[in-house]
Design a protein around this ligand. Structure first.
Ligand SMILES: NC(=O)c1ccc[n+]([C@@H]2O[C@H](COP(=O)([O-])OP(=O)(O)OC[C@H]3O[C@@H](n4cnc5c(N)ncnc54)[C@H](O)[C@@H]3O)[C@@H](O)[C@H]2O)c1
Length: 301
């Protein structure tokens, strides 16, 4: 198979100063992309910023390797910050072809003990950050003709101990992905999501929700570099799916499908019928089918 090049593409990666986002940025730049390394330098729980400059550090790393990158230390959880990230792409490279919404924060806690403002903070970074970036980028993605959006969700959206606030905000990103996939299809913009696993700073901070064995495995076996090829493929014009979610960890890649069962139909439905036929409602086979976002065969660029 031919090497997949990004030589003519410009990609924004949020949260690219550390962890998984840094791996995305390094890989894309190594394949020729102009990369906006967007990272405010947030603390892992999103409570303020740290003193270091991770975005500038990653840009220096890319440039030292001969790549093209620009740093943007804006806070993507605000509309003005997300707009500044997109403006950095256009000012530096003159276009924008793909957005990888990767910036994230986490804190653990029982759902009834986590303050409501934590729920809002998680929604602000994960949901509104992704939304604001997509809104600011949208005209440029339409102009690209092969616009791509890669959002970042988490297995926690399906349920994880001590992560109701985090998992719920990722669930909102999942729904954003499905709906933007519908919005984008007529413009040739494909929108997918990645559910990663890697032994990063964030994983360390989630240790309370993970067993010591899982943490040790993540540190040694689940590297950010294992996740980046999946994000890069989803940001490439050759990728033709939309509205899908992919798990990526330690070299394992799989599709996370939403499935509707064949279920039952009874126009005289009663409570007792539901109870009596509940096994049929639940049964996955035969006739189970993944719910997909339809992609029009033709689109306007
Ligand atoms: N590490 C995992 O196993 C795992 C699992 C599931 C999902 N995720 C998701 O993957 C993504 C990357 O996580 P990571 O493990 O690399 O975390 P990380 O903490 O190592 O890196 C996240 C980066 O996002 C930046 N950031 C946070 N808020 C920001 C804001 N408002 N504006 C700009 N930048 C901001 C931080 O400064 C940080 O550099 C996140 O969305 C996370 O929720 C990670």
């Amino acid at each position: 198979m031919d090497t997949l090049s990004f030589a003519d593409r410009v990609v924004v990666v949020t949260g690219a100063g550390r962890g998984i986002g840094r791996a995305h940025a390094l890989l894309l730049a190594a394949r020729g992309a102009g990369v906006v390394v967007a990272d405010v330098g947030a603390r892992v729980d999103g409570c303020g910023v740290e003193g270091d400059t991770p975005a500038a550090d990653v840009v220096a790393e890319i440039e030292a390797a001969g790549g093209r990158a620009v740093a943007c230390r804006a806070d993507i959880s605000t509309e003005s910050g997300a707009t500044a990230v997109v403006e950095a792409a256009v000012e530096e490279f003159g276009r924008l072809d793909a957005v990888i919404n990767n910036a994230g924060i986490v804190r653990t806690g029982h759902f009834d003990e986590v303050p409501v403002e934590e729920y809002r903070r998680h929604l602000d970074v994960h949901f509104f950050g992704s939304l604001f970036l997509c809104r600011a980028a949208w005209p440029h993605l339409i102009a690209s003709g092969t616009g791509r959006v890669v959002n970042t969700v988490s297995a926690a959206m399906l349920g994880n101990p001590l992560m109701t606030h985090y998992g719920s905000s990722k669930g909102a990103v999942f729904a954003l992905t499905r709906n933007l996939a519908l919005e984008g299809a007529r413009h040739g913009i494909l929108v997918n999501a990645l559910s990663p696993g890697a032994g990063t700073r964030m994983a360390e901070n989630s240790a309370a929700a993970l067993s010591p064995e899982v943490m040790a495995y993540m540190r040694t076996q689940l590297l950010p570099e294992h996740v980046a090829p999946v994000a890069a493929y989803l940001a490439h014009p050759s990728c033709q799916v939309t509205g899908e979610v992919f798990n990526a960890a330690g070299g394992a890649v799989s599709r996370m499908a939403v499935v509707t069962t064949q279920g039952i139909h009874d126009s005289d439905l009663t409570i007792e019928t539901v109870a009596a036929r509940f096994d049929d409602v639940m049964a996955l086979a035969p006739g189970a089918r993944p719910d997909v976002v339809p992609v029009p065969q033709t689109h306007t660029a």
